[in-house]
Design a protein around this ligand. Sequence first.
Ligand code: UT7
Length: 361
Amino acid sequence: MLYAQITGWGRCLPPARLTNRDIMEVMDTSEEWILERTGIETRRISHVMSADLAHVASERALACAGVQADKIDMIAFATTTADEIVPNTASLLQGKLGATGAACFDLNAACTGFIYAFQMVSDMIRTGTIKSALVVGSERLSSLMNWKRRESAILFGDGAAALVLQASTQESGFFQGKMGCIENTRELLAIPDYGLHAIAQHRPLDITIDFHGREIFKNAVNEMANACTEVLERSGLDLKDVDLIVPHQANARIVEALAKKLNADPEKIVITLDRYANTSTSSIPIALCEAIEQGRVRPGATILMTAFGAGLTWGALLLKWGERIAPLGESSIELPATDKTGLELIKEAIRLRDKVWHDKK
Ligand code: UT7
């Protein structure tokens, strides 16, 4: 029997921080509102593209696994902020890594992307189609934000993380999962012009997030709770058999409501949203990496992950950690340095946005 063991892990958070107080300089909001309604205190803002964040995270994950990039059979790149749509960002990452033997694809299931990609790739390893893979989540959502929309712009941050999966006969890795998408909820979280729509309708580009926070909130809690219950039931496990819960990091109140619904022990839940905010598809692997670094992942641990996102997509999965919790090696790679603050980067993004819009109108 083959398993898809996690043998490497790495993350990359850009250095520039944007605090709630900083955001008050560019929009009508308050530190108290953001903290109370979301649990977010600060987030990271990237000065580089999604593929660059992914590159650093992936080099770290490969070093951790002790695997050469050219031994990787597949790169699954989950993102909603691809550097380009054609060709895909996975192939850009392939070139940066020298992963010459890898098949490459991008996957967009918004914040649930990593859950989808991890599950699909794990199954390909378990069935023997491929022997190794890099599953990456990387996002630079700060450059997509409309900083006039306070209900959405305050929520997101940038970052990336990657896992190396390898075929193993040792019982470990993904073993149960459920994915879905609620029909007719697309308008609850949408960027209507982030595709061919505007071109087909001969309109100027207007990249703005349509966002119905309360509706998404309710759906998120319900669907994640249902998905978690189903994967537990199908595995014959109870929540008390789960050692660690890694939920999508959208809002502390969503995580609390989910924990209440599942009757989960808050001690088992990994939280990073206070410092990194919602990094979309990267949020779960970033949180997992942090939990490993903090010694919260024990050999043989059972881990539950769950997410929701635009679509509205949702998913949950269960995995069993292997024996090794220490990296085999470390990479010295770092992002190119920047002396810009998060606020300076955001002001630059706003200026650029105003200019592009002005030019197009
Ligand atoms: O991962 C997928 C993406 N993430 C999500 O989809 C997040 C899901 N939703 C949420 O996290 C929450 O719904 C939000 C944090 C977005 C909003 O929290 P809420 O408690 O649902 O607030 P609300 O939308 O009901 O708004 C309450 C009030 C409104 O004012 P009025 O109409 O009551 O006077 C808003 O205008 O809060 C106001 N408001 C703000 N005030 C200060 C909304 N955004 C802000 C803001 N600062 N940034």
